[in-house]
Write a protein of this length. Structure first.
Length: 133
């Protein structure tokens, strides 16, 4: 496994993928398992700084996935891995739907003094349109 601890400056730069997922009724544990299985092999990839999945304690069907890569190419390499392809396998993919379009951004996340207002992630225009309909 690659380096799993980073200083704030290490996490200050990268390519972010963030998505909110909703498991279909009865598929909550399937989605949780898929995400859990993804952690170790994803974190072992050379271009991955962070792969974090979070399950809502209020609504066990809701998940948030936050991924931080060194650059867009590292994210592309992740999409080509066997574990990513297995997670996207059609029977598994039918267990979940994205609530918001994934956000893909090259960004500065934080500084040693905390989040910078000018660099906070904002929904893309596409995601804003989808959420307002």
């Amino acid at each position: 496994m690659q380096k799993t601890t980073f200083t704030p400056s290490d996490l200050n730069d990268g390519f972010v993928v963030a998505i909110t997922l909703e498991a279909k009724p009865g598929e909550e544990d399937t989605v949780a398992t898929i995400l859990d299985v993804m952690v170790a092999p994803t974190m072992a990839e050379p271009g991955v700084k962070l792969f974090l999945s979070y399950r809502s304690p209020e609504n066990p069907r809701l998940f948030f996935v936050f991924e931080l890569y060194v650059d867009r190419a590292a994210w592309g390499a992740h999409e080509a891995t066997d574990h990513f392809k297995a997670a996207r396998d059609p029977p598994r993919a039918r267990a979940v739907r994205a609530l918001h379009a994934p956000e893909y951004q090259r960004t500065k996340l934080c500084s040693p003094r905390g989040l910078k207002r000018s660099t906070r992630l904002r929904p893309s225009r596409t995601a804003q349109r989808r959420s307002s309909t």
